[in-house]
Ligand binder design. Sequence first.
Ligand code: FAD
Length: 431
Amino acid sequence: MVWDVVVLGGGPAGLFAAIAAAEEGVRSIVLEHLPSPGRKLLASGGGACNLTHEGEVADFLAHYGGGDRPGDAGRFLRPALYGFSNTDLVHWFAQRGVPLAGDPAGRVFPCSRRAGDVLAFLLATARRRRVELRTGVRIRSVGVERSRFVVFGSPEGDPVLEGTTLVLATGGRSYPTLGATGDGYRLAASLGHSVVPPRPALVPLRIERRAFAPFAPCAGVSLSTALSLVRNLKKVASGHGEILFTHRGLSGPAVLDLSRHVLPGDVVRVGLLAGAGDLAATEARLGAEIAAHGKRTVTNLLQGMGMVACLARALVSSVGLDGGTKAAELRRDVRHTLAASLAAGAEGGHPFPVRSVGSWNEAMVTAGGVRLAEVDPKMLQSRLVPGLFFAGEFLDVDGDTGGYNLQAAFSTGRLAGRSAAELARGRLSQR
Ligand SMILES: Cc1cc2nc3c(=O)[nH]c(=O)nc-3n(C[C@H](O)[C@H](O)[C@H](O)COP(=O)(O)OP(=O)(O)OC[C@H]3O[C@@H](n4cnc5c(N)ncnc54)[C@H](O)[C@@H]3O)c2cc1C
């Protein structure tokens, strides 16, 4: 039997592609190498499944990295996101009995806060639509014979099955324990596609030991602030939001979002005083505080300005001051350094030199993947191999934290599944 749509990968993108294809009236099958599908979906949002984000879908476009130039990923995703937006996703689930709700930060979760409910519902929908799901099948190679795709599995390399169209939705390389294999990149390359080298994204940063030592006792402290990324003295990216101090470095949503740009040796500058203005304003404010409370220790003065106690102690130590140093005793240059560490803006932020970005076991997503220029964004069909489609994290697209990755998986899955079904139907009618 030749399947109309064969989907490799039983994550949210693959399941949604197969469901969308089946809704178009063609026969679709999902091949998943783990014993059960959707493992990453189950772990998402700490098990609560942050499915998407509130707001206008137009605002989503700036939340993705990838492509050859800045903005490419948003432009590429536009047809998929507009075709099945965050609002569509909320309605799709709600109308079928899985209500979703936003939190104060705009992140959208199932009301039950259980990823298991979302997966169970997807699988029930797939069953109802007669999508075939085969688990425990790892696909190792793909061939094209007489305009059909033949997929070969493990361990003997026997052909598993044939399809009129093929959707590659095998995800990225992050979290191998949740199913990531990276196999898809090899499969795509064997069909002639180029792959932007995958690298960890949405990942914590380790900071140079000596620079971080004073801040190590602050593990667990978080603050909402401005941060920027500096390379060879030039600012290359910036952000704002919650950052979290860990035992060896920095994490939290704002750091994770910045991480797709980070290389070892870069410097992350973090404004250590939440809500501080730019350098000039912060210097003026610090000067006024010193004039008013010169007898206080510098640590107490900084705390009085609203700084978290642990960070105040760490900053004082990191600029080489003794804990007992009085504010009035500060030298002008040290005062300037302190103000810069507190401040936001172009010249502000305490410098944290990056030792390394976290590993594949810590990265929530993968940056890099199938090169976008080789894929038609309106159908998500390969520009090189007719009948080959792509969906999800496997593409060179990576979203910010907050539900942007799952939304992209669902939107691209749906578009790829529908497009594949359309093509398969057309080929059927020609026979
Ligand atoms: C811990 C964690 C928490 C996350 N939380 C969120 C969140 O709250 N919100 C959000 O938007 N995003 C979140 N993400 C990211 C999100 O889960 C992914 O972006 C999303 O799952 C990508 O979907 P996908 O279907 O493209 O890939 P995946 O979910 O990775 O699915 C790909 C599937 O392909 C299978 N596969 C791989 N190779 C083969 C092969 N050779 N043969 C057969 N099958 C194969 C894999 O086993 C896997 O099941 C989180 C990620 C992690 C790791």
